[in-house]
Design a protein around this ligand. Sequence first.
Ligand code: ADP
Ligand code: MG
Length: 238
Amino acid sequence: MFEEELREKTERSVKTKIQKAKFPFVKTLEQFDFSFQPNLNEKEVLRLSSLTFLEQGENLIFLGPPGVGKTHLAAAFGAKACQARYRVLFTTMEALLEDLLLSVREGTIHSKLLSYSRLDLLILDELGYTPIPREQAHLLFRLVCSRYEKGSLIITSNYNFEDWGKIFEDSAAASAIVDRLVHHANLFFINGSSYRLKNKLKKGSSISLEEGKKERKEEPEGKNDAAGSRRKSVLRVG
Ligand code: ADP
Ligand code: MG
């Protein structure tokens, strides 16, 4: 009876953690088809699923064009962390920066930064979709500093790492942020085709070619070093 109660309590706690994390969808690492992304180092991804990176305050960074599974992987790691009863929050970079800016206006930035720093894992999806103005870059810098070597971040971006500077208006803030993010980070470059496109082609729909063009246009600017990125599909820094 006691065991049963304990199991139910754990289940409830995991469920609450998953709800609080606000994932865009619930996906698992088991649902990820690694054979579709042969450049992605499956062994390294699965090794990280033991979550020791969370204990060490390391970051995970997933880079690549649209549809290659960056958000899927980020959410899957987040769900794993919830199951291990870590406090997790999934948000987009844009929503985070809006939230920080709003709390400056409301005079609550200190407590806001504190609440972000208390999370065991903060997932910031889609760095690079919108440029980051100076004031927001400084707020992001404060947040990154407050978590540095203490709490993990997972970041996804359609920009290759060397182009991250272009996302920020303030290049000094950019390099200070990037420096801290990448020190103790596990970087994954995913350069394969879009999984969304694969499903469209399967259905044989006539819009698939247009979709294909759109997806290619959205590829990161630094994509020309595809071979180089493939070679270092996992690069451990720090
Ligand atoms: P990205 O964030 O890189 O644009 P997503 O993670 O949103 O891509 O993936 C788009 C969709 O395709 C999601 O529904 C995701 O679950 C699915 N998907 C992407 N890659 C894979 C994969 N290798 N195996 C299974 N599903 C995948
Ligand atoms: Mg995404």
